[in-house]
Design a protein around this ligand. Structure first.
Ligand code: SF4
Ligand code: SF4
Ligand code: SF4
Length: 240
């Protein structure tokens, strides 16, 4: 949810300090000292993926972040009618708009994105096979099909394990993953499918119809406190 803050730009309501803050792509280790809280990245994002931290975040107030469950980063790509993606501009827009280089300039090229230097990678996806429909029931693969770096960051099967057959058994290649969160957004393993929680993520009706029975089984086994969905993005530098 957004409202208008002191700077006249959209600001998220206060967030809990327990939410790991995922920065937009291009944020390096010196991001906090360089970010002047101008909101230019938020204004430039074509998908409204960027939010600003609220008052509960203390000194990080008005700094940008991405909530992958609500709106992931689409790495400035648009879908063409033939199903392919096309870059929107030569550089990722948030870094291009940043006046202080707190978000660095990154070429909008999927090959280059899959080779981002460690110091400007912000997040990496982690898959929990115990919660994953594909690994449990041999069905799904939404994360694989929706990853902008499909076959680079998200592989159809783990290369070093003996997994045979044609089914998608998704596996994150952490070297190429940029933590955009598309996989998180489309993962159907979420309580909101069943109406007891406010809807989040993509296409709940479609997911309920297609995956509802399997998600129900997984949820009944995993307990109320398990951290969903089956795939999440964690901060890259914390993840090392
Ligand atoms: S890379 Fe593009 S889509 Fe992603 S946060 Fe930056 S401006 Fe938005
Ligand atoms: S976060 Fe998910 S969708 Fe994005 S690059 Fe990594 S594996 Fe692909
Ligand atoms: S979208 Fe979720 S449940 Fe489906 S294959 Fe990916 S991680 Fe597994």
């Amino acid at each position: 949810m957004k409202n208008t803050g002191l700077l006249g730009i959209a600001v998220s309501l206060p967030v809990s300090g327990s939410i790991p803050v995922l920065r937009p792509p291009g944020a390096g280790p010196d991001f906090l000292s360089k970010c002047i809280r101008c909101g230019k990245c938020l204004e430039a994002c074509p998908y409204d993926s960027i939010r600003l931290l609220g008052i509960a975040s203390g000194t990080e107030i008005y700094t940008p972040y991405i909530d992958t469950l609500k709106t992931p980063c689409y790495v400035c790509q648009e879908k063409c009618q033939d199903g392919d993606s096309r870059p929107i501009g030569k550089f990722l827009r948030c870094g291009e708009a940043c006046p202080t280089n707190a978000l660095q300039l990154i070429p909008n090229d999927l090959e280059a994105l899959s080779r981002l230097p460690d110091k400007i990678k912000t997040g990496v996806a982690k898959l929990n096979r115990r919660l994953c429909i594909a690994w449990r029931f041999g069905f799904c693969g939404e994360c694989y099909f929706n990853c902008p770096l499909k076959d680079k960051a998200m592989l159809p099967r783990p290369p070093s394990e003996n997994v045979s057959g044609q089914k998608i058994m998704p596996c994150v290649n952490e070297t190429a993953c940029i933590g955009c969160g598309r996989c998180v957004y489309v993962c159907p393993v979420r309580r909101s499918l069943f109406g007891s929680v406010k809807s989040d993520g993509a296409r709940p009706d479609y997911f309920r119809e297609r995956y509802g029975a399997m998600v129900n089984k997984i949820l009944s086994e995993c307990g109320a406190n398990v951290n969903l969905p089956a795939i999440k993005v964690i901060k890259y530098r914390d993840g090392k």
